[in-house]
Write a protein that binds this ligand. Structure first.
Ligand code: KIV
Ligand code: ZN
Length: 512
């Protein structure tokens, strides 16, 4: 008999903690739906007590998602736990994930609590949570740097209080695989009631070992839940990457002997959606989801793959959602073909109005670009932040002029709260001129901390995908825009970032 490995996705909580990756409620809901299609076992939807926005996001995900367990993080106190339970009301399956730091450093310097106080607080919070919901996860934050004797005491006590999952995070990415695996194994051996809970690993990637550490926690330590994020998104160097864990366990089933419930064909769509929503570009050589992950450049490799695929391929691109035939639609494709392609890509738009508006944008794009790839379609449906009329700023049109030896100029038309505004400016180059033209009207005062351009698909005919990261009054946001014209893509990305800054400011103001 094979064991099941539970996949706990925390893209919407730990992933969202990356600078600029914060998402709106609607964006989170769309990603949660994709995670459900991916068949993740647990979706950590947010941290309900952290803000009204996050509360609402957890609430709407809890109501919409039927197949995965929906989870909210909460600190180990009654207020946070009550708020999490409130947000999760009505969920088909709900989990509260409560945490407190247990390492000497965190207890003394951050919490300013004694170990005995942390011990009591852990017990009381799990007891309180267990009265509200049956499925309770307890995390010992900075668990890997905690004193084993103390950690065993805490874990034994919280299992007695009814914790059903025990998570031992490597919060700062300090672990190495063998030692982390042994650490989990020794905790499981030493805690007398360890068999009453499922053990979970949660590793950060500061030394590039999050996936290796998590796998060691599973193989050596006997953990049966892995906490991970799409594309390895997360603070600093990120979290353990979902696609790598899943494909490692599936591809090396001979070694791990574990089942995962994930529908791997949804992986690429999930990766694109997360990258386009957050503006965190996936590096081309990233395992499984990078553009080059299945590309064979060397003649010897190409020859081998053509003769027999498994000479150089250990996974099949189509099994993780890279479509075999990547040219999908063109100018003459109709609405039904477009809708069918969305379905094949795992994109479910919420209403016929959304399908119509995406189809209109598809037609516009098809007029300008002869071959439309899956990536173009995924970019298109992630573009609502500059296309939807509910947004403060919307792109209308742009013209720019640049010539060797002349100062580049741009003239832009965009909407502010539905009203058309025109503006023009000079700049170092056409992109600079366009963004200065927007800024001349909006006067956001935001500082640009990142600008990057990426070709969505291989050639110069490709759409450019631009990410702009803006910072203002301590808030950091990423805006993404795509278009065959990279100057237009840049303007869209800038407007999208301004929309996010604006909605973040409104959310903060509403809580004040
Ligand atoms: O890294 C960490 O310790 C966490 C906990 C809150 C689980 O994210
Ligand atoms: Zn974490």
């Amino acid at each position: 008999m094979t064991d099941k490995l539970i996949i706990f996705d925390t893209t919407l909580r730990d992933g969202e903690q990356s600078p600029g990756a914060s998402m709106t409620r609607d964006e989170k809901l769309r990603i949660a739906r994709q995670l459900e299609r991916l068949k993740v076992d647990v979706i950590e939807a947010g941290f309900a007590a952290s803000s009204n926005g996050d509360f609402e996001a957890v609430q709407s995900i809890a109501q919409a998602i039927k197949d995965s367990t929906v989870c909210s993080l909460s600190r180990a106190n009654d207020r946070d736990i009550s708020r999490a339970a409130e947000a999760l009301q009505g969920a088909n399956r709900a989990r509260i994930h409560t945490f407190i730091a247990t390492s000497p450093l965190h207890m003394e310097k951050k919490l300013r609590m004694t170990p005995d106080e942390v011990f009591e607080q852990s017990k009381l919070s799990v007891r309180f949570a267990r009265n509200l919901i049956d499925d309770i996860e307890f995390s010992a934050e900075d668990g890997y740097r905690s004193e084993p004797d103390f950690l065993c005491r805490v874990i034994e006590a919280v299992i007695k209080e009814g914790a059903t999952t025990i998570n031992v995070p490597d919060t700062v990415g300090y672990a190495v695989p063998e030692l982390y695996g042994e650490f989990i194994r020794s905790l499981r051996e030493r805690v007398p009631n360890s068999d009453k809970a499922i053990w979970s690993v949660h590793c950060h990637n500061d030394l590039g070992m999050a996936v290796a550490n998590s796998l060691a926690g599973v193989k050596i330590g006997g953990a049966r839940q892995v906490e991970c994020t799409i594309n390895g998104l997360g603070e600093r160097a990120g979290n353990c990457s979902l696609e790598e864990i899943v494909m490692a366990v599936k591809t090396r089933r001979d070694y791990f002997g574990l089942e995962v419930g994930i529908d791997a064909r949804q992986i690429v769509a999930a990766s694109r959606m997360v990258s386009q929503t957050t503006g965190f570009v996936v590096q081309p050589n990233k395992a499984v989801v990078g553009a080059n992950a299945f590309a064979h450049a060397s003649g010897i490799h190409q020859d081998g793959v053509l003769k027999a695929r498994d000479t150089y391929e250990i996974m099949r691109a189509e099994d993780v959602g890279w479509s075999a035939n990547k040219i999908v639609l063109g100018k003459l494709s109709g609405r039904n073909a477009f809708k069918q392609r969305l379905q094949d890509l795992g994109v479910a738009l919420d209403s016929e109005t959304e399908v119509n508006s995406a189809f209109a944008r598809f037609k516009e794009l098809a007029d300008r670009k002869s071959e439309i790839f899956d990536e173009d379609i995924l970019a298109l449906v992630s573009q609502e932040s500059v296309a939807g009329d509910k947004e403060q700023y919307g792109f209308v049109s742009l013209s720019q002029r640049s010539e060797t030896g002349e100062t580049p100029q741009a003239a832009i038309v965009f909407t502010v709260a539905g009203k058309e505004v025109r503006s023009q400016a000079h700049g170092n180059g056409p992109v600079d001129a366009s963004l200065k033209a927007i800024e001349a009207q909006v006067q956001s005062g935001a500082e640009m901390v990142l600008y990057s351009v990426n070709a969505i698909s291989g050639s110069t005919e490709s759409q450019g995908e631009v990410t702009v990261r803006l910072q203002n009054s301590g808030r950091v946001v990423n805006g993404v825009g795509s278009d065959p014209d990279i100057v237009v893509a840049s303007a869209k990305a800038y407007l999208s970032a301004l929309n996010k800054l604006q909605s973040k400011a409104e959310r903060v103001a509403a809580q004040g």
